[in-house]
Design a protein around this ligand. Structure first.
Ligand SMILES: Nc1ncnc2c1ncn2[C@@H]1O[C@H](COP(=O)(O)OP(=O)(O)OP(=O)(O)O)[C@@H](O)[C@H]1O
Ligand SMILES: [Mg+2]
Length: 395
């Protein structure tokens, strides 16, 4: 049986058996609701079910850190025995994609749960940034992962994270959703929006302006889109969709002091030693995580709307671009003729969502090497050394 690869994020758990060059077979929200056993009137574990979010929701991972281990365990159990079809008593191997800065204690707790609760047959863990670099066919580069709960910037040299140069920013997709919700409340005071609707609007319309100047113009006035929600409410979205993208370049929009994501990345690379490594790192930027895929695709619900959007679309395209293009532009302004920041794209044959699922995809590539070559932690090794073996064999 192929090893199971897991990347548990603040928003989504990506999981599946290690089949390289494919998207994970399972992408489910990590948020869960408490299931109540009606007969017994007591809690009966956690279910991954977004439809019941309003009641007793728990977020086991917050800003990349596991906060509720019981819920986390329930989610892993569900993935192993329901989604992946493992049988109790013949469990497989696991490769875990860890967020940057996971503490030693949390790493030990994870390996302990895997061997002692799930009786896995082998275990390996690697930092997500390293796996994202592997996903695009490199071993060195600088990963910038803009997900839901955090932004992680990590230069990776020959498969090893340069920890002195790592930067974590505790803002990301969830903060953009919150910002958009606040902005839409101001411009559409009579409409009631829940956070999953705002998130959908962010993913559909969120976009970046060409530069700060262009954003300022958009904020003064730009084309407004009308979106009809399933309950019949209509919502108008204009400059708000640019504000969402701009916040990543002007963090003060999110109430945070600091550099734009592009400047932060360049600063991280400049901390890397030896200095000769800086050029290859800056020339291999891997932009990944759901938020980095912001493109502002306009979806149309009807044929009339479709034609309206096509007509409006040309106008929008004039000064609105995907996040990656704006990032490249801002980063280039910080470069020199011999230090040219450039984003690398995944090879053509890779799946469309490679940059959304890069840590999982890199994990699937690595699992094909680690387990057949016996580089992983075996059950016998775990039994002999205990959880601290994870620091010796992984990372
Ligand atoms: N097209 C899009 N435009 C803007 N945001 C998007 C788009 N697609 C996905 N997102 C956002 O990406 C985030 C999810 O990304 P991802 O799966 O990388 O996060 P995660 O791994 O669960 O979280 P983290 O790594 O921060 O712990 C959500 O906030 C989602 O709204
Ligand atoms: Mg993630």
């Amino acid at each position: 049986m192929e090893a199971a690869v897991l990347d548990a994020g603040s928003k989504y758990l990506k999981a599946g058996l290690a089949v390289p060059d494919q998207d994970p077979s399972i992408v489910i929200p990590t948020a869960m609701t408490k299931a109540i056993d009606e007969d017994l009137g007591k809690e009966n574990g956690w279910l991954s079910d977004e439809s019941q979010w309003l009641h007793d929701t728990v977020y086991p991972i917050q800003r990349g850190v596991v906060k509720d281990w019981d819920a986390m365990e329930d989610l892993w159990r569900y993935v192993f025995y329901t989604d992946l079809g493992w049988e109790v008593g013949s469990e497989g191997q696991v490769l875990m994609a860890d967020p940057l800065l996971t503490s030693k204690t949390l790493k030990e707790k994870t390996v302990q749960i895997m061997f002692e609760t799930f009786n896995v047959n082998g275990f390996y863990a690697v930092e997500q940034a390293v796996l994202s670099i592997y996903a695009v066919g490199r071993i060195s580069g600088c990963a910038i992962d803009i997900g839901h709960g955090k932004i992680d910037i990590a230069p990776v040299w020959e498969g090893a994270v340069q920890h002195n140069a790592v930067k974590r920013l505790e803002v990301s997709g969830q903060d953009l959703t919150f910002l958009l919700g606040e902005e839409l409340e101001k411009s559409n005071p009579q409409t009631k929006l829940d956070s999953s609707t705002v998130e959908m609007l962010k993913e559909t319309y969120g976009i970046t302006a060409d530069d700060q100047e262009e954003y300022a113009k958009k904020a003064e006035g730009c084309t407004t889109v009308e979106h009809t929600l399933p309950d019949g409410q209509t919502i108008k979205i204009g400059k708000e969709r640019y504000t969402v993208g701009e916040a990543l370049f002007q963090p003060s929009f999110l109430g945070v002091e600091g550099y734009s994501v592009a400047e932060q990345l360049v600063r991280s690379v400049l901390l890397c030693v030896p200095s000769e490594s800086q050029k290859p790192l800056i020339e291999n930027i891997v932009l990944c995580g759901g938020t980095s895929t912001m493109k502002g695709l306009w979806k149309s619900n009807t044929i009339v709307e479709h034609f309206q959007l096509v007509l409006l679309g040309w106008k929008r395209e004039m000064n609105a671009i995907g996040f990656d293009t704006r990032f490249q532009k801002e980063a280039s302004l910080l470069g020199t003729p011999s230090f040219r920041p450039s984003i690398i794209k995944p090879p053509e044959y890779m799946p469309e969502n490679t940059m959304k699922n890069s840590a999982w995809i890199g994990g699937a590539i690595l699992a094909k090497v680690v387990f057949p070559q016996n580089q992983h932690i075996t059950k016998a090794e775990y039994d002999e050394s205990g959880p601290s073996i994870v620091h010796r064999k992984c990372y």
